[in-house]
Design a protein around this ligand. Structure first.
Ligand code: ADP
Ligand code: MG
Length: 267
């Protein structure tokens, strides 16, 4: 990999529990395994990505909170994980109050972008090939900051009855960010998560989503897999915890598809 600017993707869905953090951790791990220098930015005050990578509260300062305030540099909040080529910018719970902290301050929506790109031509992230941003379950200031900094948005969609509900609101937010903050923002794709082969509902939801959204939907589908949910309590990605489980395999396929599709994003 060369020293070109990184590809930045926000992983967003205002619904909680749809697989954003699981996708962020395991896609990042699979990308890092291909030799791509990968940074995961934890922009959720709950800090599940940071916990899932084994970072205790005491190891998280400075965090993305200080980064959003403009008190510290991107470099000073990133640290290596136990996985080669994989760095983390952790979050702390104080991040939940950042919208209040930034009230009345200029460029509130562009704090993250300015931390990565201090000017039109300068980037402080050229040491990375891929940057993934794990967003909170809300279309709030943090998610808008992630979208303003990103090239594209990756949307995990849980295979459940109301899967498509809320998606138009999310696409609407993307459109507004495009209009006001980041004209180049694309939709990277939609990933179906927690697919249950034994359940007819999952295949029905898959069919409906593919019919509605066509090529935006990744071919790779992430199965419901208990190993994916066990791994975070061990502080490691599923891809390290159990490399051959169905969930880990799916995230490796997803990474391959992500690399193939990159730059071809539409909508
Ligand atoms: P979000 O970040 O969107 O809130 P998470 O990635 O934290 O969602 O997932 C919510 C919960 O579901 C977590 O407990 C996680 O371990 C579990 N989970 C996520 N994806 C899967 C999956 N494919 N199979 C089984 N459990 C999953
Ligand atoms: Mg999460």
């Amino acid at each position: 990999m060369t020293d070109k600017a990184p590809h930045i993707v926000a992983i967003a869905n205002q619904k909680g529990g749809v697989g954003k953090t699981t996708t962020a951790i395991n896609l990042a791990t699979a990308l890092a395994a291909t030799g791509r220098r990968t940074l995961l930015i934890d922009l959720d005050p709950q800090g599940n990505a940071s916990t899932g990578l084994g970072f205790e509260a005491s190891q998280r300062k400075p965090s993305t909170y200080e980064l959003m305030l403009g008190d510290v540099s991107l470099e000073s909040v990133t640290r290596p994980t136990a996985i080669p080529n994989f760095s983390l910018a952790p979050s702390i719970v104080d991040l939940s109050g950042v919208d209040v902290d930034l009230a009345g301050r200029p460029n509130r929506s562009q704090r993250l972008r300015n931390a990565i790109f201090p000017s039109e031509t300068a980037s402080l992230a050229n040491g990375y090939d891929e940057i993934l941003i794990d967003c909170p379950p809300s279309l709030n200031l943090l998610t808008v900051n992630a979208m303003a900094a990103a090239h594209a948005v990756l949307v995990p969609l849980q295979c459940e009855f109301f899967a498509l509900e809320g998606l138009s609101q999310l696409l609407n937010t993307i459109e507004r960010v495009r209009r006001n903050l980041n004209p180049r923002l694309a939709v990277e794709g939609i990933v179906l998560t927690m697919y249950d082969r034994r359940n007819n509902l999952s295949s029905q939801v898959e069919a409906d989503v593919r019919e509605a959204l066509g090529a935006l939907v990744y071919e790779t589908v992430i199965p419901r897999n208990v190993r994916l949910s066990e791994a975070p309590s061990h502080g490691v990605p599923a891809l390290i915890y159990d490399q051959v489980c169905a969930g880990s395999q799916a995230y490796q396929f997803l990474a391959a598809e992500f690399i193939r599709r990159k730059g071809k994003a539409s909508v």
